[in-house]
Design a protein around this ligand. Structure first.
Ligand code: DNO
Length: 347
């Protein structure tokens, strides 16, 4: 069980995280270095020290961002991939066993509203179709935690154009080239690379997205057939499209030992394809959490798990999706499901 922590800027102290039942690992990253640059060893050492001072282990990184020029296959893609490999080696030096990343062009996870109020007064993130159709990423500030916010508006404009030209086929070619370089390095240093699915799992702003469904995930895992080339299976991301049957995907890829990291969260799919993030409980959304955890338990999953996005409850304010209280409730619920599923196996 693990918990995402944004380092010194995170209003949630590690001491509180430690108090969540069954908490083991800190999920963090070096946030003050731009993509494409080498992470200073001192920064990694500092995260490790702080985690250990609080009785936790720093063995999961989320994320080492992939520079846009790698995804675009630009002239310096090879040199940037060398830097990426060096970052994998450095993380491993400090005890990291799992590195999360994504291959989403320009925008990471995307929502149209960050504080939609529910009847009980809690708020959560939502993605409403009619809003995204009218959303212009060049004029509105839609920045979310974990995003690279260093691009200027002009850069975003030309990136969008470049990706529209590249298309899905071009993006696959560049992902393939990248994986063939990084996976042998990860294997050598005992790290599992965990690619995060695209969130939502379809094209937005006319930019291609490819880590979206079973067929594409099969293709991705086939590029390098190694446990080092694995998934960060995010239930909420894959679950925000009706074509993904999430608990079946969990069962399949866990049985293949190709899930390094589970992001567990709930979404409620609406009829027009919009979705709302909800509390973790099965009955609150479209995903059956019991079936998801049972699929993991049945297949002997021993990778990492974290409660993903929570609602804002109990007057908390903070990074959208990343407050303490509801994620802690999520962890407690997931712990309960695991205990029940594991014990049922023994009976
Ligand atoms: C959102 C997160 C993502 C994730 C990256 C992984 O809440 O799940 O930002 O960290 O896509 O690279």
């Amino acid at each position: 069980m693990s918990f995402r922590w944004y380092g010194a800027d995170d209003p949630i102290p590690l001491q509180y995280i430690r108090q969540i039942p069954n908490m083991r690992s800190v999920v963090s990253a070096v946030y003050d270095v731009r993509p494409g640059e080498v992470w200073p060893r001192e920064s990694l050492a500092e995260i490790k020290r702080q985690a250990e001072d609080n009785g936790l282990i720093f063995d999961i990184v989320e994320s080492v961002p992939v520079h846009e020029n790698i995804k675009l296959g630009a002239e310096d893609a090879e040199a940037l991939t060398d830097v990426y490999c060096e970052n994998i080696r450095r993380c491993a030096e400090y005890g990291v066993k799992c590195i999360t990343y994504n291959f989403m062009p320009v925008f990471d996870w995307t929502r149209t509203q960050l504080d939609k109020a529910a009847d009980d007064g809690s708020t959560s993130l939502v993605m409403y179709k009619e809003q995204i159709e009218n959303l212009d990423p060049l004029t509105e500030d839609i920045h979310l935690p974990g995003w690279d916010s260093s691009y200027t508006r002009d850069e975003v404009r030309s990136l969008i154009e470049a990706y529209s030209e590249l298309g899905e086929d071009g993006l696959w070619t560049n992902l393939e080239r990248f994986l063939k370089r990084i996976i042998p390095v990860a294997e050598e240093c005992g790290v599992r690379m965990a690619i995060h699915p695209d969130d939502p799992p379809y094209s937005i702003f006319k930019i291609p997205r490819i880590i979206t469904n079973e067929e594409n995930i099969d293709r991705l895992l086939g590029i390098v057939d190694s446990p080092a080339n694995s998934l960060c299976l995010c239930t909420g991301s894959l679950g925000s499209a009706a074509f993904n049957d999430v608990h079946k995907l969990v069962r399949k890829y866990s049985a293949m030992d190709r899930i390094a990291f589970m992001h567990i969260r709930q979404v409620k799919l609406l009829e027009d394809g919009s979705f709302e993030e909800r509390g973790h409980l099965s009955k609150n959304g479209s995903l059956d959490m019991y079936k998801i955890v049972k699929a993991l338990a049945d297949t002997g999953f021993d990778g990492y798990v974290r409660p993903d996005h929570g609602r804002m409850i109990w007057g908390e304010s903070g990074k959208p999706g990343y407050g303490l209280y509801d994620r802690a409730l999520g962890a407690a619920y997931i712990n309960g499901l695991f205990e029940a599923c594991e014990k049922a196996k023994e009976e």
